[in-house]
Design a protein around this ligand. Structure first.
Ligand SMILES: [Zn+2]
Length: 474
């Protein structure tokens, strides 16, 4: 059966237009087109037997793809988990999450650990998911097996990741891993902060008896230079080994000129930033408000505006949440000490509303939002041919987005395991009215009963390899 979702604004790769999104429902048809997009057409072209779903002035957009999520399961399900993270995602307009390989136990650094994760995810997911594998100090021989087993790419840390178990990688270990990563054709995602400038800053703060309840102390402890130094090293390794490099959660705008020039020179590097860097400013963070702690840190207002400019001119490709929850007590709300609190901000359910509010204020369009939060992340994860766009033949993963709904963010809208957030009380514009996965509603103000999400394995589809080969050889 065909369903016709009508709207004055359907956001497609060729621009935003009025019309109807025709979707084949979940029943398998003779051509196997279940849950797929059949066409995008004018209202006059809707087939006579189609079931109508008028969406009025709500925009129809592809489901968002979040390539930076810490689901923490198996092993730390008391922090988050597939069930809670994917529900929060569905309510936030995401239809695909890519899980980070750390903070779960075991960490996703071997095929065996990936299999344990797959068992944990079974029957628990309201949206689709994929896994990043870890590149750690000594798992070079696991890189290609992990790629073949279906991870979307690899993640490494150049600095202590805040949690024991997932070993940060030193330059010589990284150089041992890079030929394997380059051979896989998959991207390497890097937490780009170097330890040197941070250790030096912390020594200075200790000598001067800094107040760790002040946000300015935390900001001073993770200077721009840490990001800059790490990014310089990565760009030089990228030139040498020609692997696909992705800088996660860029916070410092000082690194933008060098990233821009690397891209002009054809290096296969992409860049992400996060909603918290695009919304908050260091000047406004209250004393002792450790809910705002993340790494790298939220920087000054002027820096934030530079990040927005870089999204506008394409030096920053995408926005991912870095959804990184923890039990509330780990945020050290009682002491307000930034040195002791867990670093991480969870935002799956609210990221789109936040980014929409901020982007509209700066004159950006829904097409921009879709590029940053759906198409570009899908391409990074090797899903560029199956997710991230409303096109005939694709899975009907889409959202109904009410761009005019203004509301105040409250804890009951968060849906992840521990509903704490520095965003509570903020007034935003833009609410996800409904989220569809393969043509079936997973969220429309409440959740569908049955989780229908599945794992996406780009390598097995051969798409990631083609995509990466194209980027690396262009
Ligand atoms: Zn992260």
């Amino acid at each position: 059966m065909t369903h016709a979702f009508t709207s004055t604004r359907i956001v497609t790769p060729d621009g935003t237009r009025p019309g109807a999104l025709l979707v084949e429902d979940g029943a398998v048809t003779s051509d196997g087109a279940s849950g797929r997009i059949r066409a995008i057409c004018s209202v006059a072209e809707i087939p006579g037997d189609a079931v109508l779903h008028p969406c009025g002035d709500c925009a129809l957009m592809p489901g968002l793809v979040d390539t930076h999520v810490h689901i923490n399961e198996p092993g730390r399900t008391e922090w988050e988990g597939f069930w809670t993270a994917t529900r929060a995602a569905a309510a936030g307009g995401y239809t695909t999450l890519v899980d980070m390989p750390l903070n779960c136990l075991p960490e996703t650094t071997t095929v065996e650990a990936l299999q344990v994760k797959r068992r944990a995810a079974q029957g628990e997911c309201f949206v689709d998911w994929a896994a990043w594998g870890g590149a750690v100090a000594e798992n070079q021989s696991h890189i290609l097996p992990l790629a073949k087993a279906g991870v979307a790419g690899f993640k490494c840390f150049l600095i202590y990741p805040g949690c024991d178990g997932f070993a940060m990688i030193h330059r010589d270990e990284l150089e041992a891993a890079l030929p394997h990563i380059a051979a896989s054709g998959l991207p390497l995602l890097v937490h780009a902060e170097s330890a040197g400038p941070i250790e030096e800053a912390c020594r200075h703060l200790a000598e001067t008896g800094a107040d760790w309840r002040a946000y300015s102390t935390y900001l001073a402890s993770r200077p721009d230079e840490a990001e800059l130094e790490a990014i310089r090293m990565l760009l030089s390794l990228c030139r040498q080994y020609r692997f696909r490099l992705h800088i996660v959660h860029l916070s410092s705008a000082l690194a933008l000129p060098e990233l821009a020039s690397a891209r002009v020179k054809g290096l296969p590097v992409t860049v992400e930033t996060c909603p918290h860097y695009l919304h908050f400013a260091a000047e406004d963070i209250p004393h002792g408000s450790t809910l705002f702690k993340c790494a790298p840190p939220i920087r000054a207002r002027k820096n934030r505006e530079e990040l927005w400019k870089a999204l506008g001119n394409g030096v920053i490709d995408l926005i991912a949440t870095d959804h990184s929850p923890c039990p509330p007590e780990m945020k050290q709300g009682n002491t307000g000490r930034f040195d002791q609190a867990w670093g991480g901000i969870a935002s799956l359910s609210v990221a789109l509303s936040i980014v929409h509010t901020e982007s509209r204020r700066r004159g950006h369009t829904l097409d921009d939002l879709v590029r940053w939060m759906s198409a570009a992340p899908a391409a990074l994860a090797g899903m560029g041919e199956c997710a991230g766009a409303l096109l005939p033949g694709r899975d009907a993963n889409f959202i109904v987005f009410n761009t005019e709904a203004a509301f105040t963010l409250s804890a009951d809208q968060l849906h992840y395991r521990h509903p704490i957030s520095p965003y509570l009380g903020e007034t935003v514009t833009g609410r996800v009215a409904a989220t569809y996965l393969r043509g079936e509603s997973v969220w429309n103000g409440s959740f569908e009963v049955t989780p229908r999400g599945k794992e996406i394995t780009p390598w097995k589809m051969g798409k990631a390899r083609r995509e990466n080969a194209r980027l690396i050889n262009q």
